[in-house]
Design a protein around this ligand. Structure first.
Ligand code: AMP
Length: 139
């Protein structure tokens, strides 16, 4: 299946749809997942129009992992989780629902299990507060 320029993340990357952005550079955009598995659940996308990991060129792959590490560090500083789960799904059979490559950063806690994937929409004012916390922790 070719890359669909009208997928929801392509529209966010073009600024046609809003997002709770936490970080942006020349190669990547990071924003909150609107159906978070835990507070601070963040997505990092390459700007390259890649549907999955196998479409990504080496330069974009390098920038993606560097950006994921930077943003995950800010999520860790902002929410102090016991651990951080990185997740990246390739193809519908793997559970991918938005066909633009993205890495999930999910804060995890020793005494609770993250909520289910893409199930419950969070409230906008709470998402905005969480995004601000992460933005403040980026360095
Ligand atoms: P995946 O199943 O790995 O493709 O994950 C897609 C993720 O995008 C899910 O966790 C959804 O909750 C999330 N999502 C869907 N639409 C939006 C949106 N407009 N803004 C932010 N996150 C979204």
């Amino acid at each position: 299946m070719p890359y669909d320029n009208d997928n929801i993340f392509a529209k966010i990357l073009r600024g046609e749809l809003p997002a709770f952005t936490v970080y942006e550079n020349d190669h990547c955009l990071a924003f909150l997942d609107v159906m978070p598995q835990s507070d601070g659940h963040t997505l990092v996308l390459p700007k390259q129009s890649a549907q999955n990991l196998f479409d990504l060129d080496d330069e974009s792959a390098k920038h993606l992992i560097i950006t994921v590490r930077k943003v995950a560090g800010a999520v860790r500083d902002a929410f102090s989780p016991d651990g951080i789960r990185l997740m990246q799904l390739n193809g519908e059979a793997a559970g991918q629902t938005v066909m633009h490559l993205h890495m999930h950063i999910v804060p995890c806690y020793a005494n609770s299990t993250p909520r289910s994937h893409a199930q419950q929409m969070a409230e906008s004012d709470i998402l905005e507060k969480h995004a601000a916390k992460i933005r403040a922790a980026i360095h």
